[in-house]
Design a protein around this ligand. Sequence first.
Ligand code: ZN
Length: 323
Amino acid sequence: MSSSDVATATDTMPDYAPVPATALGPALNEQGYHVGRVERNLYWVTDGVYQAAFLTTHDGVVLLDAPPTIGHNLQRAIDEIAAADGVSNKVTHIIYSHHHADHVGASFLFDKNAVRIGSEETRRLLLRDNDPARPANEETFQDRRTLEIGGERIELAWHGASHAPDMTFIHFPEHDTLMMVDIVNSGWVPVYVSNLTQDIPGYLEAPAHALTYPWKHLVSGHLGRLGTREDVILHQQYMSDIVENVKTALATTDPTPYFMKYGANAWAGVKGYLDAVTNNAAKPVIDKYTGVLAAADVFTPSTTFWVMESVRLDNGVGSQVHP
Ligand SMILES: [Zn+2]
């Protein structure tokens, strides 16, 4: 591309509302990561878009997720902390939040004999995917499991399908921390179609499960800062505003003009109508959350579309029975 092509491309890109300062986290170091203490010997690492965590113990390091975008910086972050604290830098355990490659695709960088732990469903999906970057977890659990590693307690739980079928909630009761990945993006709205969610009813329930645990710090798996309980509550309000506006838009948007215009092209009529419902539902949500949650104007229409489909298909709202 010449510089004039770049200028033309940039000219046609939409402008968006500024990112609120509250959405941003600490600056990254020269290698492109930030590592910080959550509480005591629990640490978090971010590259500004993805997050992982690790626990240093006298028996070795427990790594929570291994996003490939952080990649080799995971071990660099661990080395930095282990040297400062005078503890082992060897990763002996890896816990998977779920099977997705963007969160655990750097697992292969670590010792093949490290104990990998996740839900039974995570193991099943990893065996299905057969990706050498993501060795399947040998250690599993069905609904709940408490781990004691190097004198530290970690509680794992599956609360049903949500973003993916196999989401594990990881609670650190002695560190006042919950790791719940791909549900809430602290300070930001979800990305495309509700954080690329497979089960919207489960996704809408997940924050309530999170709030049943006692904790102060949230490792959400994404973006540049830790979360708080207030972030989870704000996300809940945002999603419930989308649901309410979808119900209103389904009740008040008239499909007739779209089907009259497109006639035999049934899919064009469907698209015209459902896009109109989506836009009518998204607009008040964008207006309310711009300046509150980053990228409300970027991704709210996509998430609203996906919630609208769940409200129609899972909840049966807006179904019209032929007379
Ligand atoms: Zn995911």
